[in-house]
Design a protein around this ligand. Sequence first.
Ligand code: NDP
Length: 286
Amino acid sequence: MTAQIIDGNALARQIRAEVAHQTAALQARGVAPALAILLVGDDPASQVYTRHKVNDSTETGLRATLERHPVSMPQAQLLARIEALNHDPAVHGILVQLPLPRHMDASKVIEAIAPAKDVDGFHVASAGALMVGRPGFWPCTPYGCMKMLDSIGYDLQGKHAVVIGRSNIVGKPMALMLLAKNATVTICHSATRDLKAMTLQADVIVAAVGKRNMLTADMVKPGAVVIDVGMNRNDEGKLCGDVDFEAVRQIAGWITPVPGGVGPMTRAMLLVNTLAAAERAADASR
Ligand code: NDP
């Protein structure tokens, strides 16, 4: 059996079209959804990511501004800028591009963002809301993975999901989202004793490690759904995931490719969160 591909590009395109439609509807009510992106320093990858975020927003009708600040910016100045944006009613979402320069405390900076504008979903209040099942912003990458499972009509009820990776932005929130859908969830990490024994039991595997080919075909149960979050480079410098794609696709039931899988979905979910922030602000001010 060869796995069916979950096409992140196609699904992201569909989501962007829905966001564009709803953004137009909100604009007709006099609210222009807006995202403020703050970039500190000149990290080349961050420059590419922030440019994509602005372009994606603009293409869907969201207003996005990119503020660039020098690497020498004092943290207090960044916190003051965030505070001003927190109080600006024309701004619905605030995103501080990570990583920040070494002299800054990323947790302190992220926690300066008003939770109602935390469209990256990294604020501790957003994490807490996800944990207790209250409304809040979900981190874009695991949220995008959930949309991918939705898109194939996959019912997680009673299924065994194995998440490899326990970061605050991918692994842990992913596990909570799967749990909220009544999956039985196992979280694996670098100290897990027998990873293969875990993954072989899984109906769903989410690989979020950052190591090329760390999930091989002998670790996958026939028919399992395999979601590859990893972003690595192969020997030719091409983007690849954590999964040995060609071999695993012969075993799995569904699989996400890299590129063209979770990456575009992560970008799309930022737009979804920004629109949601604007809708909530509009509803609150009625
Ligand atoms: P982190 O480095 O923060 O976390 C990696 C996790 O993998 C850790 O929990 C670590 O365990 C675990 N790990 C490391 N080695 C092993 C191993 N041999 N076996 C099992 N677990 C292991 O990374 P992120 O969560 O931020 O990102 C993970 C990957 O996803 C990266 O490749 C990143 O580039 C990619 N990514 C992709 C996105 C997208 O849009 N497609 C968005 C965000 C991330 P421990 O905690 O014990 O150290």
